[in-house]
Write a protein that binds this ligand. Sequence first.
Ligand code: FES
Ligand code: FES
Length: 196
Amino acid sequence: MRSLLAEYGETCTAIGWIDFHTGLGPSGFGAKICVGDVARARRWWGADVTSPLDGTSIAADVAGPLLDTLRQKLDLTGAKRVCDRGTCGACTVIVNSKVSYACSILAIDAVGKKIETIESLTSGSKPHPIVPAFVNNDAQQCGYCTPGFVMASKGFLDRNPKPTYEQVKEGLGGNLCRCGTYVGVRQAVLEAAKNL
Ligand code: FES
Ligand code: FES
């Protein structure tokens, strides 16, 4: 089979490589593309990300993070960009049941997967129990970390619906709050667990 590697190798080596997750493994299909080869990748693999709210498909920027596609193309601005390097958790979303930093995964890696964002939690007839629990427990101050904490909490409760306080503390260790709302956040998760 013809390979992008062979066809566009010269351009690509000047820019750098990323693995392209075809499910066949990075070598089985010549499955590597260049950062920046957006148009070619769309042509080859139909790289669309589907909105978690209404199923709208948007062409993903192969070279860009999922956070950019969510915020700039789908207008889902709940996930925040703070550190932009996978350390603070403000951009947390859930991709195929896995809690993920949207700033640190490529949009192309979310193609065909179920994406949950803070907006998803209130799009049904009833909000997810973690939403009122954050309000009831004053689990936010400036609010900049809050969407990420809410999504990390939702993902944590999906895996552990009957947690202890210590488990919550450890389970949310990937998110930082500069305002120090940690106790309220943990109490919110415990309250939500009672209402799942
Ligand atoms: S903005 Fe993504 S982890 Fe901080
Ligand atoms: S509420 Fe301000 S950073 Fe967490």
